[in-house]
Design a protein around this ligand. Structure first.
Ligand SMILES: [Fe+2]
Ligand SMILES: [Fe+2]
Length: 346
């Protein structure tokens, strides 16, 4: 694949359900393979067992699959499961447990923060390890590939979660969100959609760019960061957090994207492999200001009571990205893979 080409329909199509990982996904996936018109469905209580609702492999995959019903869905799964009431009620229990865990991870935040200053302060205070910095300095090509397999879960649907916020916004912040999202979708040119550019990078790395190709290999702590953006964006109650999430995402992008491009150059990969990262260095130099000053601040100007949630959304990104980087680097330093299975066996 070269720059200019677009992932083919087979690569873009919904995937099969991944293998189950425990009691929650066993029961859920068993249900999803049936018709959705069953009168009552029985799913296990989500607090049974000792899986962590936020980072646990079983819980995070269950929530990821439930959210996927709102995106492309899964090939053989009846589309009407998307709004099946028993499933939604079970998801609500799981979401409540996830939010409690997320609040633990993030810790206390000021009730009436100044936005965007408080978002900038989050970035200034960050002291976690840098994954892109590690890759730039001393990562191997296989470690870069591994990072891309983790990221593929989000990047191959990049922008889609935040798009749910657009109909919930109005006026200036809505226009700011549309400005950012239009760029994310390549301004309507399929070749330039960031989702497609990540597929190009994956191809150049010798990886499979098909949607969900690596879902079976990705641990709960990676799925958690995709789950929280779906959670924030699908609930109007979490509109502030969804906006804070997008703002911090854009505000913290330029440096890691530049470091990733530098890592690829050091490892001998060409311009097509680096294109996704180079585009972000330029685009996010602008997006960071739109996101902080027009979107996040614009929303808080309209609805000051959302300031705390905006900061919470930003802090959640920081907490989960730091956790993922810490786990990945720690495993690599012990010469271990950060994936659930050996990719060669998949
Ligand atoms: Fe992007
Ligand atoms: Fe961006």
């Amino acid at each position: 694949m070269q720059y200019g080409q677009v992932l083919d329909d087979k690569q873009l199509a919904p995937s099969a359900l991944p293998p189950a990982r425990g009691p929650l996904t066993n029961a859920l996936f068993d249900l999803l393979t049936r018709a959705a018109d069953r009168p009552r469905t029985v799913l296990p209580r989500i607090d049974e067992g000792d899986d962590d609702p936020l980072f646990g492999d079983d819980s995070a995959l269950a929530l990821y699959a439930l959210y996927e019903l709102h995106y492309r869905g899964f090939g053989a799964v009846d589309v009407t499961w998307e709004w099946q009431p028993d499933l939604l009620s079970w998801r609500r229990d799981l979401e409540q447990a996830v939010v409690r865990r997320l609040q633990d991870e993030v810790g206390p935040l000021p009730q009436q923060p100044q936005i965007p200053d408080a978002l900038h302060a989050l970035m200034d205070d960050a002291d976690g390890p840098s994954l892109s910095g590690f890759l730039q300095e001393r990562g191997t090509a296989d470690q870069f590939r591994e990072m891309a397999m983790h990221r593929s879960i989000y990047q191959l649907k990049e922008a889609d979660p935040h798009t749910w916020t657009i109909p919930r916004l109005a006026g200036y912040p809505k226009a700011a969100a549309v400005e950012i999202q239009a760029d994310e979708y390549g301004d309507g040119v399929a070749r330039d959609m960031h989702q497609n550019l990540f597929g190009l990078t994956m191809t150049e790395l010798g990886l499979d760019p098909s949607y969900h190709a690596y879902l079976p290999l990705v641990p709960g702590w990676t799925l958690a960061s995709v789950n929280i953006v779906s959670l924030f964006s699908l609930h109007r109650r979490w509109l502030g957090a969804a906006v804070g999430h997008l703002a911090l995402f854009e505000m913290t992008s330029v440096e890691p994207m530049g470091a990733s491009a530098a890592a690829l150059r050091r490892l001998g990969f060409g311009a097509d492999a680096r294109h996704f990262y180079s585009v972000h260095v330029v685009a996010d130099a602008h997006h960071q200001h739109v996101a902080a000053d027009k979107l996040a601040k614009g929303l808080v100007n309209q609805q000051p009571e959302l300031a705390h949630d905006v900061l919470f959304g930003g802090a959640a990104v920081m907490a989960l990205e730091t956790e993922a980087a810490r786990r990945m680097i720690e495993l690599w330093e012990r010469d271990r893979s950060s994936l659930l299975g050996d990719p060669a066996l998949s």
